[in-house]
Structures are given as C-alpha cells and as structure tokens.
Design a protein around this ligand. Structure first.
Ligand code: PEP
Ligand code: MN
Length: 347
C-alpha cells in the first residue's frame, strides 16, 4: 500500500497516518520529498479496511494498493513517466538524450578530446569511468579521484554534464561531488549497501541491469534506491549473458518495452556493452530509439585502438558522427510519438 499525502500536509497529519498504518499491523516506510510525503505500508494486514480508513484521514491525497513487489517504481504507483532534470536536460520527457564518451578516463588529453567530439555531435553528457570494475585485477582500474577531476575539467571546457560510475558506498559522496549522474554498473546492481547509500544521495542515478538479472530484480534494486529516499533513478539495459557468443552480451531490447509497462522510470539503452562490437552499435542504437528508450549511453574514444578498456566496442569520432546523423530521422519520429503520448497522458 502507498499513501500519498497532499502537498504541504502537516507533520501532525503525517504522524497520524503513520500511527494508523501501524495499528493495522503494517510496517511504515516513508519518503519525505521536498513538497510531498509518500508513505509506504509493507506487510500483511486487512488491506481493504486499512485503505478505506486512510483515505478518510485529513491530509491524505490517495491511498492505493500496489500488487507488484516493487512499489514506488511501479506504474501502478505513478502512471505518468518520471522526469529527471539534470543540467537543463530532462530525461523521461520530450527530449531523446545521448550520453557518450570513453569507457574509462585515461588522461587529460584523451578525455578533453572525447568531450569535444561528443559535444560537437550533439551528446548532452560525457561518460567515462574513473572507478572501473574490471574482471582481472591486473587490468587498468581507473584513475579514481584524478579521473573525477579530469571529468570536471571536461565539463568546464564543453558544458557537457558528467555521468560516471561509483562502485562502493564509501565513495558515493566523493563521486557525487564531481558527477551530475551516478552510474551503477551491472556488477553492482545488487550491491545493497551501495543502493542504500544512493538513496541518501541527491544526485540522479543510472542503474544498469546486472548481466544475469531479471527485469524484476532490476526493478527491486531501483526500489531500494527510491525507498531509501532518492526518487531520481533511471534504468539501463546493457545486454544480458546468454549462450550466444557472436555478441559480447545479448541485447534484451524487449526489456525496454517491458520495463515501460512496469515502471515510470526513464529508460536508457547501452548499445556498446550490449553488443561488444563497434560495427553493431549504430544499428542497435537505432533500435533503441525505435522501441522508445529515453536515451542512449554509448562508448566513443578518440582512438579506440589505443583504449585502455573496451576499445573493440568504442566508436571512433567519425563513426559516432555517422551514428548521430543516421539517428536523426528516428529521433524525429520518436519526438512525434512522445508528444502524442504526453498529450494523451495530460487528458
Ligand atoms: C561501463 O559502462 O563502462 C561498464 C562497466 O558497464 P557495465 O557495468 O554495464 O558492464
Ligand atoms: Mn565499458
């Protein structure tokens, strides 16, 4: 059950609702937003009676039963798509947003060049890992704080927003100081200590699907972040592990459509990790636009042959420019479709 309090409901009203929920035998879980308090009631009790009683209380806007195990992130809870505004750009709204850049921040020249390339072609965010989750402990692990500082430099030089990965709960505060969006990698999708720490953080989060995770598990992980206080979450399909070896991962495109039914959170496709091969990236990116993702996360490197990680799937500057050009007619269709949908929603 979720109880949405009216805008600016008083503390006394909120406390009374909490007490009533507890009287019915539920555990209370509340999210105190800047304008509105939302209270979740979790457990077993007499739902119908409890809902009726809550709806009649002062300060309550609506009380609804949510059948999905993920509550706050479900479409049942919020039928309209969540919009996340970062640096003047809105995810989940009328814009299709491209985030691009190298897999890792490798040095000042590389990241500044990459930033200029992706900004020129219309990307709104620069990606680049300063903390890298690598399969081998002997591989490049990222420049850590120095990498974050270089990303900041690239932001100042180009005006791009910054998205970068945070790997542990202890690093959230530091990474949030430099990043506009915190990326949670596939390997950390179920790092629950990290998810809880992100709940306390004020930055938007891009949560990547674990490589062997179901859609439901992805949504439950998003629920952790939202239930701990941060509603600004977007989800990213980046391919899952299957028996197929022709691609690095199997791009579960249908996950975007399925997620769009189940959740109101913005949805991003990463065609780079989903394929592992730069020749496949533009086609899968087009498919991502067509299926209704809200944006893309794409690996681009000034010289992919020299990349310290994921060179094989990184586009070179020319390929990125071609991809962006070829995406344009798809993005035009996307915009028309999105405008129709937003209009229908407003009715
Ligand atoms: C990345 O974006 O560079 C990355 C490590 O991705 P994933 O977590 O999806 O493997
Ligand atoms: Mn990568």
């Amino acid at each position: 059950m979720i109880v949405s309090m009216r805008l600016h409901a008083t503390k006394e009203e909120v406390d009374a609702v909490r007490r009533r929920i507890e009287e019915f035998g539920y555990k209370v879980h509340s999210i105190e937003g800047e304008e509105r308090v939302v209270i979740g009631a979790v457990g077993i009790g007499d739902v119908t009676q409890c809902l009726e009683s809550l709806e009649a209380m002062p300060g309550v806007e609506k009380a609804v039963r949510i059948s999905a195990p993920y509550k706050f992130v479900s479409r049942e809870f919020r039928p309209a798509k969540t919009e996340i505004r970062v640096r003047g750009v809105t995810f989940g709204g009328e814009e299709f947003i491209v985030m691009a850049g190298p897999c890792s921040v490798e040095g000042e020249r590389q990241i500044l060049e990459a930033a200029e390339i992706v900004a020129r072609e219309g990307a709104k965010f620069l990606r680049g890992g300063a903390f890298k989750p690598r399969t081998s402990p002997y591989d490049f692990q990222g420049l850590a704080l120095e990498g974050l500082k270089l990303l900041d430099k690239a932001r100042q030089a180009t005006g791009l927003g910054i998205i970068t990965e945070v790997m542990s709960d202890g690093d959230v505060e530091m990474v949030a100081e430099y990043a506009d969006i915190l990326q949670i990698g596939a390997r950390n999708m179920q790092n629950f200590a990290l998810l809880k720490a992100l709940g306390k953080c004020r930055r938007p989060v891009l949560l990547k699907r674990g490589m062997s995770s179901t859609i439901k598990e992805l949504l439950m992980s998003a629920e952790y972040i939202v239930a701990h206080g941060n509603p600004q979450v977007m989800l990213c399909e980046r391919g899952i592990r299957t028996f197929e070896t022709a691609t690095r991962n199997t791009c579960d495109l249908a996950a975007i459509a399925a997620l769009d039914e189940l959740t109101h959170l913005p949805l991003i496709l990463d065609p780079s990790h989903a394929t592992g091969k730069r020749s496949l990236v533009p086609a899968v990116a087009r498919a991502g636009v067509a299926i209704g993702a809200d944006g893309l996360l794409v690996e681009v490197h000034p010289a992919p042959e020299k990349a310290m990680s994921d060179g094989a799937q990184s586009l070179d500057p020319k390929q990125f420019a071609a991809m962006m050009r070829d995406l344009q007619p798809y993005i035009e269709l996307w915009k028309a479709q999105r405008a129709r949908r937003l209009a229908a929603q407003a009715m």
